[in-house]
Design a protein around this ligand. Structure first.
Ligand SMILES: Nc1ncnc2c1ncn2[C@@H]1O[C@H](COP(=O)(O)OP(=O)(O)OP(=O)(O)O)[C@@H](O)[C@H]1O
Length: 660
């Protein structure tokens, strides 16, 4: 049995400060998890007597749960106050403030549990620039920083005729900057490019034209076609990109030979890298790199630090990486906010004269520098490879959804409320939430329920059945309830219950089984044996097999074919009903109509990023449901903050390389 070292050891000098009492009390109060406690215990096994540092390790482990990559010691007091407040107690802040920051730094600098030189000396914790990391997280951050800094230095030379070909793909549009053209040129000129923009700003269009341009150049110069791969963090996002790309390729003003060399297939990052079951490792890594020349990753805001490290390590040195995403969306579920950090200054441009000169030579210099800040290669290494697309074609200027998203993103509470109080054709803000929800649910899900009732036979091999099943999945994606929380009446659980109750006259929900025809489910864990990814959505339907009517779950094939496949319900070990889903889970998906339901009390998960992400999932119509006043306003005023040292580390690596 594992020893609990808290009880094995003598009390330290500051007996009631550091010792088992505090950690155990926090564990009991749910402030820290058993995993955090176990880490502290492990630290004490390695360094008996290091109670204070081991306790801090438990808090560091806890903060990872909230997405922080490290503890920023000078800000920790505030973080711990918030942690305590969210559990209704002073909690760890009382413990932390018994030492000054200088005393803490002194303690950490001399602790055997902490290394100050992680490249040469390993220890469970790393202290760098007043940031405390778990060794593993420091390793990922340093890995990403080195890789990105290295790739930022890669200048690529386009072939002759580039400017003319670029001009053909992006014909002049009138006054103002053609940011898509600028982004395309920038990605052609370097090994690492960040293209960020809100919904419908033309990220996919830009990248498809870029791929056409690169292939055209390769073919014209008599080189082998480039090996291009496309990926996204989730199966849903991959399927959406695949669909969008297929349409865009057909519209390209290039020859058939070029068109044929642009892939339509988009896979998940896990598949691309080759997940190894039951480990955090992948088949592809620095020692076994991916075989590709160009990699495009969409929905990059969902990539966490560890995945980004794995991806960059597996990328061959000569390859071009293009990351697409919306920097303003919620960050990854796991620790880090990589895209948000990398694109932090995207709005200001910060282009160096050298960058502008290279763009000019490529025929894509910004014509209008108004509103852009001037930058330098040394001061702004990331910005020299970043383009922000600024014009949404999805949301026309008068679109309520677009204007609401912009007001929330700008944290403009008064502007948001003013907008909501106007009649908007595509935004509905009902005041009597409980009264309208049942009708909203019935109307929203009506097209899918109607189709469910019109099942053309049950033989799974019939073409008609397959087409119907595909249409059913599509109809279900027409409407979704989105919420911030999992638990409570206004969370996934409560809203799923409410939806099932209100649809009970159409759906035959049995009391003794979770399964019934029409049950929509979401996969909650990757299942490589079944080929189903976390976030995939299926619907239970009746089919006839060997003269028996049985229930099967129909899932989209997600391979760009538009096809579906059937899975036995009993094989689905990690699924949940999905009339409602969290905004976090909805990332990478879009619905014609979204009902975004806020809770009836403020919760720390409510931030402007969550609202913005939820609002922008709506393609045509948004219903915003706020059961009490005040919660919306509070959420708009709160921003996600994730502690990390990534930008600083990239800038430092880039400076070192320039000085070398
Ligand atoms: N330069 C352009 N000229 C005309 N139409 C364009 C242009 N760029 C994009 N579009 C159209 O605008 C719409 C949105 O473009 P696209 O899908 O490329 O944006 P996106 O940023 O990738 O969107 P999403 O946020 O949904 O992923 C598409 O219908 C596309 O055909």
């Amino acid at each position: 049995m594992q020893l609990d070292f808290w009880t094995e050891l003598e009390r330290p000098a500051v007996a009631d400060v550091d010792g088992p009492d505090a950690v155990q009390a926090w564990l009991q109060a749910g402030l820290i998890r058993p995993l955090d406690y176990a880490l502290a215990d492990f630290c004490l096994q390695l360094a008996p007597g290091e109670h204070a540092v081991a306790t801090l390790a438990a808090l560091l482990s806890r903060q990872l749960q909230d997405g922080h990559v490290c503890l920023r010691l000078e800000l920790l007091r505030h973080e711990l106050t918030m942690l305590g407040e969210s559990h209704g107690q002073p909690g760890p802040v009382d413990w932390w403030v018994r030492r000054s920051l200088a005393q803490w730094l002194e303690l950490l600098q001399h602790s055997p549990l902490v290394t100050l030189s992680p490249y040469t000396q390993k220890a469970p914790l790393v202290l760098q620039n007043r940031r405390l990391y778990l060794y593993r997280m420091w390793q990922h951050e340093a890995g990403v920083a080195q890789q990105v800094a290295g790739r930022l230095r890669q200048d690529m030379q386009p072939d002759a005729g580039f400017a003319e070909q670029l001009q053909q793909l992006f014909p002049a549009q009138g006054a103002g900057n053609d940011w898509q053209k600028i982004a395309c040129a920038m990605a052609a000129l370097g090994g690492f490019t960040l293209i960020t923009g809100g919904p419908g700003t033309g990220k996919t269009t830009t990248v498809v034209r870029l791929l056409a341009l690169l292939q055209q150049q390769a073919l014209e110069q008599g080189r082998a076609p480039l090996h291009i791969r496309l990926a996204a963090p989730t199966g849903k996002a991959a399927a959406r990109l695949s669909e969008s790309i297929a349409g865009q390729i057909a519209a390209l003003p290039v020859g058939e030979a070029v068109r044929k060399q642009i892939p339509e297939q988009v896979g998940t990052l896990h598949r691309l890298l080759g997940s190894l079951p039951d480990t955090r490792r992948f088949r592809h890594h620095a020692g076994n790199p991916l075989l590709l020349d160009v990699l495009v990753v969409d929905e990059a805001s969902m990539i966490d630090l560890e995945m980004m490290d794995n991806l960059l390590q597996a990328l061959p040195a000569h390859a071009r990486l293009i990351l697409l995403g919306d920097k303003d969306q919620l960050a990854s579920v796991e620790a880090g906010s990589v895209l948000g950090e990398l694109c932090l200054q995207a709005a200001g441009g910060h282009y160096a004269p050298e960058t502008l000169a290279r763009l000019e030579q490529a025929g894509a210099a910004p014509a209008d520098l108004t509103g852009l800040q001037q930058g330098g290669v040394q001061a702004n290494p990331l910005e020299q490879r970043t383009v922000m697309l600024r014009h949404s074609r999805r949301f026309a200027g008068d679109s309520g959804v677009g204007r609401l998203a912009a007001a929330v993103n700008a944290m403009d509470v008064a502007g948001t409320l003013a907008l909501l109080s106007q009649p908007l054709p595509d935004v509905h803000w009902p005041r009597a939430v409980r009264g309208v929800l049942p009708e909203l649910i019935r109307n929203g899900f009506a097209p899918y329920l109607e189709l469910l009732g019109r099942q053309p036979g049950c033989v799974a091999t019939d073409e008609g059945f397959m087409a119907w099943a595909g249409a059913l999945l599509q109809a279900f994606d027409g409407f979704r309830l989105l919420c911030a929380l999992r638990r409570g009446d206004w969370g996934v659980e409560g809203l799923n219950r409410l939806a099932a109750q209100n649809l009970a006259d159409v759906l035959n929900v049995p009391a003794d089984s979770p399964w019934y025809p029409g049950r929509p489910v979401m996969v909650t864990r990757n299942d490589y044996a079944l080929g189903l990814m976390n976030g995939d959505i299926g619907i239970a339907v009746q089919v006839i097999e060997a003269d028996e009517t049985v229930l099967r779950v129909v899932f989209p094939r997600n391979d760009g074919s538009g096809g579906v496949r059937l899975v036995l319900p009993s094989r689905l070990t990690a699924v949940e009903t999905v009339f409602a889903m969290t905004v976090h889970k909805s990332q990478g998906s879009e619905f014609d109509h979204c009902a975004l339901v806020l809770p009836d009390a403020f919760s720390p998960v409510l931030t402007k990023e969550l609202l913005y992400t939820g609002i922008t999932r709506a393609r045509r119509q948004l219903s915003l449901l706020t059961p009490v006043t005040g919660v919306l306003e509070q959420a708009i005023g709160r921003q996600v903050e994730r502690h990390s040292g990534l930008r600083e580390a990239i800038e430092s690596c880039a400076r070192d390389a320039q000085g070398a």
